[in-house]
Design a protein around this ligand. Structure first.
Ligand code: FAD
Ligand code: DHB
Length: 389
């Protein structure tokens, strides 16, 4: 089989790229290791920047997002004694929208057959070949049979653990990483949220976050040590700790209920500075991970695609390689800026006992500064709503 672009991974980045290429009349095949149901069952991000929404709009797939997404005009930071409600819309003229990653994925998956976005689910042993040259190919196994797809380009949209990044020789790559000594315990429950906006809380016991998926479904997170086991956290223990860390302003508003899902995810920053190697392009988590503080992971995956899709379209439609040649530098510049914001908010809001009293006092001083400085609030607001492409 032959196609223009083989896309590895049917997460948000792979599906968005597949749709944008199909819309431009470019042939692509998406290979996904898991089943569609499994992909949809992964509870992940929830806060969308305008740039991410614009991709769905450009595809004409934003109807449900516009109807069901919840616009947020504020974001709140709180520590034990103060609440800083940052008016992001008033400061920037823009807002974010709460709409789950699973919903975006569902909208893209549901529209795929009618738009000829070809996706092969449960493709096993996906392997990349001949990526240095201009005739790469991908092999995989499906239902016990070996398959091969020849292409002009491969797009590695296969997340942090996928095979694409690993196909680039170590001698050609450079990566930068920070692993945090804690993770986030997330809980999803069908209860009304405790606040209309997202709340980031800094507490001596550790960070907590209150978010939502709808007016009847809440998403909360707690900072926990990396080696913590989810079995040690009953629903009651999670709710009690959230009430302590979110502070009096919000805890009296927390409605508790059984967990629909709970899990612990580690926190890391990872940037792979080789987003193009020969005929292979990397996008999304395949190339970079940000700590989740600030909700940048999914939005960065989408902004990579906002650069990559038109670049590939220029190549195929105008025979113009200049945009694909510029992809890596453009994407990385934004990746570093978003990574900086995620690092800043992680550093400001989490507990770092190893930094001692001085570290804690600096966090409090910074929060005091933000509380009283429009310039500081503006800086947070423009990053939170998403830096321009
Ligand atoms: P992914 O969504 O990871 O998609 C990659 C796809 O490739 C997957 O479907 C995978 O099955 C497939 N794949 C992998 N290996 C292969 C293979 N060998 N062959 C074929 N296919 C393969 N971001 C936020 O902004 N806020 C959050 O709250 C948040 N929470 C998160 C919680 C968790 C547990 C994780 C892991 C991530 C979270 N993120 C969050 C990050 C956000 O979800 C990601 O940045 C986003 O999913 C990136 O999209 P992607 O398409 O690049 O990668
Ligand atoms: C959510 C996740 C985040 O990482 C964040 O910073 C804000 C909200 C969420 O899952 O809703």
């Amino acid at each position: 089989m032959k196609t223009d672009v083989v896309i590895i991974g049917a997460g948000p980045s792979g599906l968005m790229l597949g749709h944008l290429l199909a819309q431009a009349g470019i042939d692509a095949v998406i290979l996904e290791r898991r089943s569609g149901e499994y992909v949809l069952s992964r509870i992940r991000a929830g806060v969308l920047e305008q740039g991410t929404i614009n991709i769905m709009k450009q595809l004409g797939l934003d109807e449900r997002l516009q109807a069901e997404g919840i616009p947020h005009d504020f974001v709140s930071l709180t520590d034990q004694d103060k609440l800083i409600k940052i008016p992001v819309r008033e400061l920037t003229g823009k807002h974010v929208v709460v709409y789950g990653q699973t919903e975006i994925t569902k909208d893209l998956m549901d529209a795929a057959p009618s738009r000829r976005v070809q996706t092969v689910y449960e493709a096993a042993d996906v392997a990349l070949h001949n990526i240095e040259g201009d005739a790469p190919f991908v092999t995989y196994e499906k239902d016990g049979e070996e398959h091969r797809i020849d292409a002009r380009f491969i797009a590695g949209c296969d997340g942090f653990h996928g095979p694409s990044r690993k196909a680039i020789p170590a001698s050609a790559s450079a990566s930068v990483e920070r692993v945090y000594p804690f993770g986030w315990l997330g809980i999803l429950a069908d209860v009304p949220p405790c606040a209309h906006e997202v709340v980031y809380a800094n507490h001596d016991n550790g960070f907590a976050l209150a978010s939502m998926r709808s007016n009847t479904r809440s998403r909360y997170y707690l900072q926990v040590p990396t080696n913590e086991k989810i079995e040690g956290w009953s629903d009651d223990r999670i709710w009690n700790e959230l009430k302590v860390r979110l502070g009096s302003e919000f805890s009296s508003n927390i409605t508790t209920g059984p967990a629909l899902e709970k899990s612990i995810a580690p926190l890391r920053s990872f940037i792979f500075e080789k987003m193009r190697y020969g005929s292979l392009f990397l996008a999304g988590d395949a190339a970079h991970i940000v700590p989740p503080t600030g909700a940048k992971g999914l939005n960065l995956a989408a902004s990579d695609i906002a650069y990559l899709a038109p670049a590939l379209i220029d190549f195929f439609k105008k025979n113009d390689p200049s945009a694909i040649d510029a992809y890596e530098a453009k994407a990385l510049a934004r990746v570093w800026k978003s990574s900086r914001f995620a690092w800043y908010l992680t550093s400001l809001m989490h507990s770092f006992p190893e930094d001692g009293d001085f570290g804690r006092k600096m966090q409090i001083a910074e929060l005091n500064y933000i509380a009283n400085s429009k310039a500081a609030q503006m800086s947070i607001a423009e990053n939170y709503i998403g830096l321009p492409l």
